[in-house]
Design a protein around this ligand. Structure first.
Ligand SMILES: Cc1ncc(COP(=O)(O)O)c(C=O)c1O
Length: 336
């Protein structure tokens, strides 16, 4: 569609694609499908009458589809009360979401963020703060994993595409050959504060962590006492049939980060851990302006309630058919 654009010196006709190129940093290659006018369920609709099955799903965000009616209703109702208060006030909506998340995941402590990379950043900081010593501050990632675009996240990644030109990165951060037990054994030590991993690499090509790697990780954790951080930003919140994907693989993390689907389309992430580790973040030590924003929490609560409903329906159905539960929407017990 042609639009008139005032460039400052003259008024010219420009397509929306030209206007986009003109105004934005050149960071995104947008799909050449015309302007999106609306989206509903799994579909997006463009101005030229196109109807597309949106397999991108907001980059793993729209787990319930676009504009799920329960999410829309929750956001509208919350907006009518208040949209943002800051984390200095008590807010029912935040507490209800945190309690629901805790009940579904089994984790006792929650910290809300705006995004996935902010959750990763917070988790890496938490691991270092928990040990509280530069002698136990090493952070280790796994090759081909993706954790975000901030410096902490990039420091535990190895993809040159994302790191090239941005160094130097955090000191005492390293990356392993993909899921190699030998490499893990040679790299972790009593200096290691945390190992972060995706149990299913998303960006890395849908690669699953082998059981042998998880066993080696647990054995080395016994020996050296580091923390394990599970990045569930892409794989979590019901995406694989369990609340978190690590439950399929027998991984026992100490900290879990999630984002994307939990916000139902609004920016929301979370760091989950137990009471002992969470207590390393005392008042003022870590924080965020928008993390736990009321609208995002209202959307998150609607997402989790809907997931729970779907989950219980599946569970009932499974029990009726085979008397075997496939869906694990139940309380887990975590190490404390
Ligand atoms: C596994 C994983 N971790 C972290 C991130 C970063 O999340 P965000 O883009 O919300 O910062 C992503 C984003 O794609 C991801 O897939």
């Amino acid at each position: 569609m042609m639009e008139s654009v005032n460039t400052g010196t003259s008024v010219v006709a420009a397509t929306i694609a030209e206007r986009e190129k003109e105004i934005f940093f050149p960071t995104y290659e947008r799909f050449a499908i015309g302007r999106v006018l609306s989206a509903s369920g799994p579909y997006i609709f463009t101005e030229d009458g196109g109807k597309y099955l949106d397999v991108i799903a907001g980059l793993g965000v729209n787990a319930l589809g676009h504009s799920h009616p329960e999410v829309v209703k929750a956001v509208q109702e919350q907006a009518a009360s208040f949209m943002h208060l800051s984390n200095l006030y008590l807010q029912d909506v935040q507490i209800e979401l945190a309690e629901k998340l805790s009940a579904l995941s089994g984790w006792s402590k929650v910290f809300f963020t705006n995004s996935g990379t902010e959750a990763v950043e917070g988790a890496l900081k938490l691991a270092r703060k928990y040990f509280g010593s530069p002698k136990k501050a090493e952070l280790i990632g796994v090759s081909n994993c993706f954790h975000g675009r901030t410096y902490g996240a990039l420091s535990v990644m190895d993809k040159e595409k994302y790191r090239n030109g941005f160094g130097p990165f955090l000191a005492d951060a390293d990356c392993l050959i993909p899921y190699s037990e030998e490499n893990l054994t040679s790299k972790v030590s009593d200096k290691t504060a945390a190992v972060i991993l995706e149990v299913i690499q998303g960006e890395g090509g849908i690669v699953e962590v082998p059981a042998t790697f998880i066993n080696a990780l647990h054995e080395l954790q016994q020996k050296f006492g580091f923390l394990i951080i599970a990045d569930e930003i892409q794989s979590g919140v019901g995406r694989t049939g369990k609340f978190f994907a690590y439950e399929h693989y027998g991984l026992e993390p100490d900290i879990v980060v999630c984002a994307k689907a939990i916000g139902g389309g609004l920016p929301l992430g979370a760091i989950l851990t137990n009471n002992r580790i969470a207590s390393a973040f005392t008042p003022g030590v870590h924080g965020t302006t928008f993390g736990g924003n009321a609208l995002a929490c209202a959307a998150g609560l609607a997402v989790l309630r809907e997931l729970e409903r779907v989950c219980w329906r599946m569970l009932l159905l499974n029990q009726l058919i085979s008397r075997a539960g496939l869906c694990q929407c139940k309380k887990n017990t975590r190490k404390s």
